[in-house]
Write a protein that binds this ligand. Structure first.
Ligand code: SF4
Length: 334
């Protein structure tokens, strides 16, 4: 079966945040000054267990979800995360299990994740310039740490890795052509993400956004690009190929060219709330049902109601007034 929302968008993709913790402090997500030493993250007893997440994933699969993306915070800081990948990969109807990571722990984890059935990896890297990368990740890692993670993923058998890069005007925008050419040579697909007003902590202003068309112009000064067609419904990325046939890159344009019309994604937080939009004000709790002995049918009823009433299209409405109250991105996963 498939559930449809108020705009007739099907529920097809589930993003599962497995922790609100992270070993980085990226300025556009968890700015370091907002998370002092001793900051209280979700207590482990309040986190969904792997068994609870797997039970929910089975229910979502019954409701039409075939793709799962594991996120955080940073998913690799959740102990034994590869075990969850194994549990999810044993659900018949789940065709794809992907993960978005900052790559720092991949040298220890890449092989285990692959063995347990992880199918795709997106690895975040905002610049090859050491000083700028450190500035953007709150001084918690060097470029070489992430490059070692990418190499570990390659050795583990992951190919065509997606490299996620958040683009901030006046911060890393002058280093992006180098980043694109670097991964073009290595057969990986870079995804440039327009800086978004996620949550309430990153001090977002429209002037801080380098619009995708500007970035494309910058890249085309060096190498021409050709647009590629979308691969499937709900695809968030605008795909391009290098005109000389040497690879592909993509742009995620939530500010300059919103894609709410085909948004088929639901988010599940580490403490068991579902969010119908990345810019949601609040979520709907499922953990209370899980822990009070509710049947699958009761849980299905709450998910069905939540999705069918869904009318989110924040990115399309952003220009008519920014929302001040939003759940933080690290809390529900990107
Ligand atoms: S703003 Fe909300 S509705 Fe629009 S694409 Fe993003 S998550 Fe989907």
């Amino acid at each position: 079966m498939t559930l449809y929302d108020a705009f007739n968008r099907p529920l097809e993709n589930l993003r599962i945040s497995v922790t609100d913790r992270c070993n980085f402090r990226c300025s556009y997500c968890m700015p370091a000054h907002k998370f002092p030493q001793g900051y209280r993250f979700i207590a482990s007893a309040d986190l969904l267990t792997f068994a609870e997440i797997t039970r929910l994933a089975r229910i979502f699969n019954h409701l039409g979800v075939h793709k799962i993306r594991l996120t955080g915070g940073e998913p690799l800081v959740r102990p034994h995360i590869e075990q969850l990948v194994g549990m999810l990969s044993r659900i018949d109807g789940i065709r794809e299990i992907a993960m978005t990571t900052n790559g720092y722990l991949l040298p220890q984890k890449a092989k285990l994740l692959r063995e347990q059935g992880l199918t795709r990896l997106n690895i975040s890297l905002d610049s090859l310039d050491e000083a700028i990368f450190r500035q953007m990740n709150g001084g918690h890692a060097e470029v070489s740490d992430v490059l070692k993670g990418i190499e570990a993923a390659e050795r583990a058998g992951f190919s065509s890795l997606k490299i996620n890069t958040v683009v901030q005007r006046g911060v890393n925008d002058h280093t992006l052509v180098d980043l694109a050419l670097y991964f073009r040579e290595r057969g990986h697909i870079i995804r440039f993400i327009e800086f978004m007003d996620t949550g309430t902590l990153n001090g977002w202003k429209y002037d801080h956004v380098l619009l995708t068309d500007e970035l494309i112009q910058q890249i085309e000064c060096v190498i021409p690009l050709e647009p590629l067609p979308a691969q499937h419904y709900g695809e968030v990325v605008r795909r391009y190929r290098y005109a000389d046939g040497t690879g592909e890159l993509g742009f995620i344009t939530s500010v300059s060219n919103p894609f709410c019309g085909g948004c088929n994604r639901l988010r599940l937080s580490a403490e068991g709330k579902i969010y119908t939009c990345l810019f949601a004000r609040k979520g709907v709790d499922l953990r209370d049902l899980l822990r009070s002995g509710a049947s699958d049918d009761t849980i299905i009823e709450r998910i069905t109601q939540t999705w069918q009433q869904r009318a989110d299209r924040y990115s399309e409405e952003r220009s008519s007034g920014q929302r001040t109250e939003k759940v933080e991105m690290y809390h529900m996963g990107g």
